[in-house]
Design a protein around this ligand. Sequence first.
Ligand SMILES: [Fe+2]
Ligand SMILES: [Fe+2]
Length: 393
Amino acid sequence: MPESAPKRTLELEDLALHEGATALLRRSLAELREGQWLEVHADSPEFFERLAAWCRKEGLTCEPRQGDAGTYRIQASGKAPLASTSPTEIAEIAEPAWGLSPRGARVERGGPEFGFTLREKREVWARELSSIYAQAAANQWSSARDIPWAELPKLSTEVESAVAQIMTFLTENEFAALYVPARFIPRVHPHYREVVEVLAMQVADEARHAEAFTRRAEAGGVGLGTSAISGQLSLKTLLEEPDFTTATFLLCVMGEGTFLTLLKFLAENAPDPVTATLARLAHRDEARHVAFGTEHMRYVFEREPDKRQAMAAAVERRSQMLASISGLSPYVHDALVIYAAAGISVPQIRDGARRVLELQREMDRTRRERLRSLGFEANAAAQMSAYHTKNFM
Ligand SMILES: [Fe+2]
Ligand SMILES: [Fe+2]
């Protein structure tokens, strides 16, 4: 039975509906349950005619109070049904109807359903997301501001060409590292906004790396080097991986993990301060990307230990797809040798080649170490590291 005695009274005095009275009406009505009455006192001209029209639009019943001029009653329809999500607790499954609403907001029911396909926490989550994002936001650098371009010396043509070739190789890898997270961002439900934020920062980092490495190649005067089929084939398999966790594992743990060792090598052996600074700053960013990948895998493996086999299988599958690639592109290999050698005399080349071999051993060692830290057995880690693409990423 609807209660007929008004539950609340609202004094509008001479405030007309078009002057903002509707905001006060809605506020008072929102505090009533369905069927309860709000008593309104108002004396602006033609108030009731306008109120009646507004109530019809809002689907509300209203009437003037008999024998009491300036007093009206409106029956509340109850609050619009809302869904609400907790601001602190992260749901295991996110509802499509929560749409783009921020976590913790009340959401009107009946809204559009979005096609976010990654809407289970275990599919995307990682610990440390907030601190990875905060570090990323604090450590954004600028190619224009933070790189000592004016200090770039004139290098020998051989060494400059090696730098330009390595920058060419790095840039295509940066594009792959940009496109992979970018592909997944629109699929992640915004309820897991921390994941989206970290991936978005990763995309911005890779855009900066690609721009800065290209600029370094062009700054030396010899222009960009050669892009090898082997490198492109390897990166294509990364871009085409449809599963988020597998793509994150291949890119952020195996690929970017290997790149950490490469960037450290490039920083330590750099022939000029520009290349050294670029490699050092990119290394700092990549360390965050690897941290995200590692934390995501930890979260997944804690819940689904068998996923380790799936990841091992993915690495092996990728190596079979790349069976036609015998090793690192000769362009990149030779460029690394000359880069480390700092020249092309016989003793320099012998020394450079030795260092590149050491670099590849160090890449293998750190990959195995990283896999061991994720709970892979020593044999499995060694096998996976050996299967990893010879093109590093
Ligand atoms: Fe990068
Ligand atoms: Fe990266």
